[in-house]
Design a protein around this ligand. Structure first.
Ligand code: C2O
Ligand code: CU
Ligand code: CU
Length: 468
């Protein structure tokens, strides 16, 4: 594939990329789905890993003939995949080569102590570096990393600073699922953007963006607009991240193809969950298995968001024979945290709108600790959403806390949907809704909890909890 697009690509590629003359042999000038490179571990010791990451300014051609100013990790947009193993001792040297801009790097979903977490307290000044060290103590999962500077997270993520962090373990090694990275195990980082006429990213927050967070009109997958991916006639494992600032997606296929979700934010489910639509809020992840074995060479199946197609899968039987998989019966047992083990229920209420968004009546103050949690205890966190109630129907807010993985107990007293019965670090809370989640706090330090609509986070819809 080449990186040129359809010459007649509409200005808003989400509307009408369905080209009836689409040529299955991909001779059309569409862009192939970029596959983020796997970051090299420079430590020869098999039990240790060492990585180097540089945040930098760059430019990239998203729309043919234009240049967009971006930020990237080790490249021009997004970052490499960091792959670690459970039990491994990891050190990451993060260098800030951004022009005149401080940044931090946060490992979203990773269970580590506060000093390695990379929140707003771990600022890296331009020209400096930060080298956190931590041990991987949690099961296989698809996590991600992104900057977290106070009031600037939205803009830096929007410009391209984000990447995936894979944890592997004995379970993920042994499951009969695709694991050939870039071939049948492919990440999909879905983000929405608005482009100015000159090709630059538009990040001027108007009233709508201040209220709802920045929502784009053009979907990117791994940094490409409406790309295609050649897939083998067999099973594909897709690791999906909603890496958007604010948008919630409802993903499916144009032919209503069924698929199986096998993992949520913090790892595998007990068994695959059959579905044909997947709702994913900002920062949530899902791993799905899609079986393309019944298709013919050249068939094209498209992924869509709320019915709008944005990613083509083109079935190809070129090359070597593919290993065939079936949907596994079982994945990995999840030990349920018993609500009776909780030492307390702690309440969080999303309130306010626009510039006044807050949690429990307070906006983020980096010099204030809002909640004290005792180390190695279990708590129920009850998150409710009273924000904007009565006005315009309110806003959905994705709740996220650092350093832990939750299990959702209930939503308004009812059991959560099946695909929320695994480990979660981020969950949507609809207007008027109350979600109860339980977690055990095994890492000490200062951590953030916040709305993962980045414009809300930047406006102050965030607080700090200290575990000790
Ligand atoms: Cu994705 Cu505070 O984090
Ligand atoms: Cu996080
Ligand atoms: Cu919010």
């Amino acid at each position: 594939g080449t990186s040129k697009m359809f010459p007649n690509l509409p200005m808003n590629p989400m509307m009408g990329t369905d080209n009836p003359s689409y040529n299955q042999s991909n001779t059309v000038n569409e862009s192939a789905l970029p596959i983020p490179p796997m970051l090299k571990d420079t430590n020869p010791n098999p039990n240790k890993a060492e990585f180097h990451i540089t945040a930098q300014n760059a430019t990239k051609e998203f729309i043919s003939g234009t240049k967009t100013e971006t930020m990237g990790y080790n490249g021009d947009y997004l970052g490499p995949v960091i792959r670690v193993r459970r039990g491994e001792e990891v050190s990451v040297q993060v260098e800030n080569k951004l022009k005149d801009e401080m940044t931090t790097i946060h490992w979203h979903g990773l269970e580590v102590d506060g000093d390695a977490d990379g929140g707003p307290h771990s600022g890296i000044q331009p020209g400096e570096s930060w080298t956190p060290e931590f041990t991987i103590e949690q099961p296989a999962a698809t996590l991600w990393y992104h900057p977290h500077p106070e009031r600037k997270t939205g803009k830096q993520v929007y410009k391209g600073l984000a990447g995936l962090l894979f944890i592997e373990d004995e379970v993920s090694d042994q499951l009969e699922i695709p694991r050939d990275y870039g071939v049948n195990d492919v990440p999909l980082i879905i983000q929405d953007k608005r482009f100015n006429k000159d090709g630059s990213f538009e990040y001027d927050l108007g009233m709508h963006d201040i209220m709802n967070g920045l929502q784009g009109n053009t979907l990117l997958v791994n940094g490409a607009i409406a790309p295609y991916l050649e897939v083998p006639k067999g099973m594909m494992r897709l690791r999906i991240l909603n890496g958007s600032n604010a948008s919630v997606y409802e993903l499916g296929f144009d032919n209503n193809q069924t698929f199986y979700q096998i993992a949520s934010d913090g790892g595998f489910f007990e068994k695959p969950i059959k579905m044909n639509e997947l709702k994913l809020g900002p920062s949530e992840r899902a791993e799905i298995l899609v079986d393309f074995s019944e298709y013919n060479n050249g068939d094209v199946i498209q992924m869509s968001n709320q019915g709008v197609k944005f990613l083509k899968f083109s079935v190809s039987v070129n090359g070597a024979s593919v290993k065939q998989f079936t949907i596994p019966e079982k994945l990995n047992p999840i030990e349920k945290i018993n609500p009776e083990d909780a030492v307390r229920t702690r309440k969080f209420v999303f309130q306010g709108m626009g510039p006044r968004v807050n949690i429990n009546g307070k906006q983020m103050d980096i010099n204030r600790i809002d909640e004290q949690v005792n180390l190695n205890t279990t708590e129920i966190w009850e998150v409710s959403n009273e924000s904007g109630m009565g006005m315009m129907g309110g806003t959905v807010h994705p709740f996220h806390a650092h350093g832990v993985q939750f299990q959702i107990i209930d939503r308004d007293g009812n059991p959560p949907p099946l695909n929320e019965t695994g480990w979660k670090d981020t969950f949507l809370v609809s207007p008027g809704e109350k979600v109860r989640a339980i977690a055990t706090f095994n890492h000490s330090g200062v951590f953030m909890y916040h709305c993962h609509i980045l414009e809300h986070e930047d406006a102050g819809m965030m607080g700090q909890f200290q575990v000790e």
